[in-house]
Design a protein around this ligand. Sequence first.
Ligand SMILES: [Zn+2]
Length: 347
Amino acid sequence: MNSPQEDALTFPFADPPQSGRAVEVAPGVLWIRLALPFRLDHVNAWALDGGEEGWTLVDTGLDDPRTRQAWEELLEGGLAGRPVHRIIATHFHPDHIGLAGWLTNRTGAGFATSLTEWLYASLLSAGTSPALDAATERFYERAGLDSDTRGALLARRNAYRKAVPHVPVVMSRLRAGDRLTVGGADWQVLIGAGHTAEPVCLYSEAAGLLIPGDQLLPSISPNISVWPSEPDADPLADYLGSFAQLRALPEETLVLPSHGLPFRGLRARLDELGAHHEERLADVLEFCSTGRTAVEVAAMLFRPDLDTHQMVFAMGETIAHLNHLWRDGRLTRRLREDGVDVYRRAG
Ligand SMILES: [Zn+2]
């Protein structure tokens, strides 16, 4: 999480809608805000007016009683009078896909996302296995976490299943370049990378709107993490590589992000996010002038008093930066006798 200089960004809507309300931010595009029980206390969802065909909803919020209640109010209030035609999840994270199963049942709508996001959600929603638990334990052991902390992290292993108990079993696959017509508007599917493997972004050139999910956020840096099931991955390269297609969009595009306020200034924001990661990479490289473990690097990058939930993301993000430097040869990685990886600046 970084503190951006937001001078280059403009925010045409200062006040987010209240829970259970929808506010029009462009013709036929409604902004919905749903509460989250975390430090990041909200997620945005979007309703696209498809006329008689009905609403296309983009993201659903977490599956909890408060969010279900907010949707009930919306379906009886701001969205009343038309059916919900389609529900799109930008990616598999619980605050985005959490209520997709419930909402498709509740409304009869179809469900759409990319194949990889749907498979990930389905896999994680099915719960863990002894083999995955062992791989997770080994992953955090190699990172240098002590056994108590590893135990606390492993105790969370079914957190996803609790937050996302029902993933729709039937879906429409969205691919890069697909076009969706919603009402009179044409929306193009862009596929991002890095925050998750194949997140869906929606872009309407005619309307000058981008719905980027978590790929592009105005005031926090999207989490870029390595996870135990793919320990050598380089999601940071994927994330930074995904900027080019967004850079090609007009600067006056109104960005409708999943967290924070709608904004203009997408290239300025991409510059800030790129600079944030470059700075962090330089800090990590410098810090690894002497050999360091991932836990030591995380303690340098993040606050020391992280709770377990934050620790998962801090470790994942730290290892993403270490893997990026290791895979391009700027760091070496050596497995110490005690089973912990040590990273050292190359050369
Ligand atoms: Zn996310």
